[in-house]
Every structure is written in structure tokens, then in C-alpha cells.
Design a protein around this ligand. Sequence first.
Ligand SMILES: C[S@@+](CC[C@H](N)C(=O)[O-])C[C@H]1O[C@@H](n2cnc3c(N)ncnc32)[C@H](O)[C@@H]1O
Length: 188
Amino acid sequence: MLILQIIIIILLLPITLGGIFYLVEGTRYQKSDRVVYMGSDLGEQGPILEDVVSRYVKDTEEYELYEPGSGIATVATFLGQRFSWKSIVAVELRTSVYWAGRLRSYLKHRNLPMQWRREDLLSYRPTKPTVVYCYLTGTILDKMYQRGIFRGCLVICLTFEIKGIRPKEIIPLKSWQKEIRVYDFRKD
Ligand SMILES: C[S@@+](CC[C@H](N)C(=O)[O-])C[C@H]1O[C@@H](n2cnc3c(N)ncnc32)[C@H](O)[C@@H]1O
């Protein structure tokens, strides 16, 4: 019985410590530009994203796939498995999420050309041409747009929009995540 209790404590300890670290680091980051901490719903959005990429990009091998604020990069790895990309870049600021994503990539997606970067998404400049998938906030999208990060990219945004810019296409969703917008800045 005592052994069982010790095993349970040994198993629960890393989860508890990881949870505490996740909450504490969340107070350090994103004071002004808070983002949603939900992930994309691949059940609904996966087939739509696959369709968008196949309609807008003929030669994905020439493209970088970039997920700023990637979380554990479920979308990047989903699209990574369905198309061949020159490279797949996941940028995530939160240390715990970054390492969880790297571990998941290592265990499940070693075949993908993944590049993990633990940094602020405003400091990374994607190489061109690039497909960018964003589930962030309007404020962050506006900043990325104003800093020229989207120049030369096909940008797919879940829920939030880039203020004042007309998307090429809006795809309604049945879920509370509302819609997907496609912006094509490749010829700008
Ligand atoms: C709404 S989640 C989206 C996760 C994933 N892209 C998806 O669609 O499932 C936003 C993620 O962005 C990260 N994030 C927020 N601000 C960031 C920043 N300035 N630089 C890098 N990552 C950031 C958060 O830690 C969080 O994991």
C-alpha cells in the first residue's frame, strides 16, 4: 500500500510542479497583449485548413510553414503531415509549452522538418514564401502586420482579424471560434 502511495506521489509530482510552473510563467509573459490560451480545434478546422492550403499553394515544397504562438504546434504538425514543406517553424514564448511541443515533435513527428524557437513572435521574420497560421488576437495581428512580418506571406487567421485589411476569403465555422480569414500578401 505504501509503495502504491509512493508511486502515485512520484507520478503526480512532475504534473503538479509543471502546472504550477505553467501558471507562474503566465504571470510573467503577455501582460499587455494577452492571448487566448485555447488551441485550434482540428476536428473542425483541420479539413478546412487542408483545403485552403491546397487551393492557395501549388508548390508547398518551396514554402516555409510558420505558426507564431504555436502552443505545441498541433496545426503545424497536422499540415506538416499532409503536405511537404521546405521547413516548419514553431515560435512559442512559454517555456513549459515550448518544451512540451518539442517533446511531442520528437516523439511523434521526427520525420517533419521542424524548427522550434523559444522567442517572442514579434522578433521572428519568416523566410519567404511562407504560409502563416495564426490563432492569436487582433492586437497582435495588427502589430505583426504593421511591422511587415506578413509581407510576402499567405496568412490564415482563426477568429481574429487584421484591422482595416480586406481578407481574400472568410470561411464561417460552426463553432464558437467563428471564422477563418485568408489574407494573401504574397504579391505586396
Ligand atoms: C491561442 S494559443 C494558439 C496555439 C496554437 N497556435 C493553436 O492554434 O492551437 C496562443 C499561443 O501563443 C503563445 N504566445 C502568446 N504570445 C506570444 C508571443 N508574444 N510570442 C510567442 N508566443 C506567444 C501562447 O503561449 C499560446 O501558446
